[in-house]
Ligand binder design. Sequence first.
Ligand SMILES: Nc1nc2c([nH]c(=O)n2[C@H]2C[C@H](O)[C@@H](COP(=O)(O)OP(=O)(O)OP(=O)(O)O)O2)c(=O)[nH]1
Length: 336
Amino acid sequence: MPDSIPPFAPLPTGRFLLRPLRAEDAAELHRLVNDWEVAKTLARVPFPYPRDLADEWIGSTAERLAEGEAYHLAIARSEEEGGALLGCVGLTLDRAARSAELGYWVGRRHWGQGIAPEAAGRLARWALANLAIDRLTASALTDNARSAAVLRRIGFRPVGEGERDFLSRGGAMPVLLFEAGRGDIAPSATAAAPAPAEPPVEGGKPILLVAAVGLIDPDNRVLLARRPEGKPLAGLWEFPGGKVRPGETPERALIRELKEELGIDVTEACLAPFAFASHGYESFHLLMPLFLCRRWQGAVTALEGQALAWVRPQRLADYAMPPADVPLVALLRDFL
Ligand SMILES: Nc1nc2c([nH]c(=O)n2[C@H]2C[C@H](O)[C@@H](COP(=O)(O)OP(=O)(O)OP(=O)(O)O)O2)c(=O)[nH]1
């Protein structure tokens, strides 16, 4: 995985905006969180909550955001609607475990509007698509059914029980532990399957034909693209390409996809067949020819906002890729 910290741009959720906290939020943050009904559900919040702690905490969230260690954000109304603070949602990274812990709270006067699942769901999807993690964790007090329901609605699975220290309660409290991976949070891969022309063989799955390419630069590095938030398998790195449309050859599909996604022109003569993947996903079977290409026209540009990485063959294993790609990566490393 690359070591760089992705730049953070505010995330719209539909009705709200997840944005960095700012100094002016302190008074409202204090008003909303210095409420026993809110503070009693939060592990790291003392009660009563001193007013200066709001300033201090907001300052620390900016530092940790800049370092890519934690993303504690305001859940706010849009700027056009006045930008008022409604609550907070946050992620704390555990780089070694490739995971992050999700937490959130909403001010009592804003309860009952579905704010928590909308905000926490968006941050969870963004995180799995953009950070160097494969898993999210969360916990809720065993008697906090409302919070457990929010986590389940986002896609979290209960994985057991534990204990956590609660500053507001002055000691350890029992909690339910939750986890979610890409398969739980991202849209299901079912969306990728085309309608079969004829009914499939009993118990069989439709075949999805996808064309992909290993673009290789003069330094022998391979281009990987990160699947963006909103697509199945979001956050995994893949070979550029896409679905072959009815009547299209894999080569024509690649020429089209490379123009649309990367802004480069490739000719059929420069696409050398290399290997293929044949992999059973839950609801379809992927058949994916992989071509290699060393010549193209134009500069490689991420036209769909996707992250791109030129990767040395020995470093390919550092990038989490879809399971179908694993045998291809081994072949490619040996070949290059
Ligand atoms: N391009 C590409 N797709 C891969 C790779 N490995 C792998 O399992 N896939 C799977 C993920 C998807 O299920 C499918 C590609 O479908 P897609 O939805 O990305 O295709 P597309 O670019 O045509 O997307 P869209 O227009 O339908 O949004 O192939 C890979 O290395 N490259």
